[in-house]
Design a binder for this molecule. Structure first.
Ligand code: ASP
Length: 328
């Protein structure tokens, strides 16, 4: 099937490609034109997906391996869907089905994957830096699908696309990222992306969940929701990452909700047209009230999931174009 004239296929044909890196390991260090072009490409994939068309010729004959050492629902399925919509052969490897359980090291796993001639490797790992390590060993283009508390670059891109489509711009907006900043790779990637693209970023949460160094990333720190949300255009809620907490960093879920859980009362501090985001999975009644999460006007949580597929298609497209440039 021929791709539509104004579809993703044409977008990069017409302009210079700014994203020249082999991998996507982090948002930190990316320049505005690189981010902007990934978002434009993803936007054209939203239209393609909504039209019901596919572009299965783009990655035909290429192999994408989803290597997940940590649980995932949205990220893994959306990478799978993205790869399939572009025509790639997609293989899912969960930790329980791999030899890692039998003691194989990350380096041995990488060597095995290399021997399989995988083109695109999507990695999630509980250790920060694992995708970077793999990128140094495998031939494939590596995409970080979340590493420890470090980064989750495609989540930040899909969040930015959601914001851009809803608000018509990114620069100049006030974005409040609320909750467990300390353990959140989503927060780190979003802070890098949104500050690079000209947002005023605030982080809001209890002192035990906001590391002191975060202020060095160009954000303003608040410990009070009323002050942190005042005048915000975007309210991004984060999950309490209990699995990464070493000791009791919050008194109780009930008390946490009272002070930091987003309900309609606290949302009223933000701008009247502020949108509410959450990367999922949500703890309803802990960091967010169901009435807000399901608010059809303010909540864009479902839209974030839709944008996730488009962003991952754009990333796979962009990186595979890079690979093709290296072909003889
Ligand atoms: N799904 C996101 C992540 O993998 C957010 C979360 O788990 O709370 O980081």
């Amino acid at each position: 099937m021929q791709p539509p004239v104004d579809g993703p296929h044409m977008l990069l044909q017409r302009s210079a490609v700014f994203y020249r890196q082999k991998h996507l390991l982090a948002i930190e260090g990316l320049q505005p034109p690189e981010i902007g072009q990934l978002l434009d490409l993803a936007d054209s994939y939203v239209l393609l997906n909504r039209s019901g068309k596919t572009q299965r010729d783009l990655l035909r004959g290429r192999t994408l391996i989803n290597l997940f050492f940590e649980d995932s629902t949205r990220t893994r399925t959306s990478f799978e869907l993205a790869g399939k919509r572009l025509g790639a052969d997609v293989i899912n490897m969960g930790v329980s089905s791999s030899s890692v359980n039998k003691g194989e090291t990350l380096i041995d796993t990488a060597a095995t994957l290399n021997a399989m001639h995988c083109d695109l490797l999507v990695v999630r790992h509980d250790q920060s830096g694992a995708p970077n390590l793999l990128a140094q060993i495998v031939d494939a283009a590596v995409i970080n699908a979340g590493d420890g508390t470090h980064e989750h670059p495609t989540q930040a891109l899909l969040d930015a696309l959601t914001i851009k489509r809803r608000k018509g711009r990114i620069a100049g907006l006030i974005v409040a990222i609320c909750g467990d900043i300390a353990h959140s790779r989503v927060a780190r990637s979003n802070i890098h992306l949104l500050t690079t693209m000209g947002c005023q970023v605030r982080v809001v949460g209890p002192p035990t969940l906001i590391p002191a160094e975060v202020a060095d990333l160009g954000v303003t720190v608040f410990h009070d929701m009323a002050a942190g949300l005042a005048g915000a255009d975007v309210v991004m809620m984060l999950r309490l990452q209990r699995e990464r907490m070493t000791r009791g960093q919050i008194p109780s879920a009930r008390e946490y909700f009272r002070f930091y859980g987003l309900d309609q009362e606290k949302l009223a501090y933000a701008k009247p047209d502020a949108i509410v985001m959450h990367p999922g999975p949500m703890n309803r009644g802990v960091e967010i009230d169901s009435a807000v999460a399901d608010d059809p006007v303010r909540s864009v949580i479902k839209e974030q999931v839709e944008m996730g597929v488009a962003v991952r298609m754009a990333v796979l497209d962009m990186l595979s174009r890079g690979n093709r440039r290296n072909e003889p």
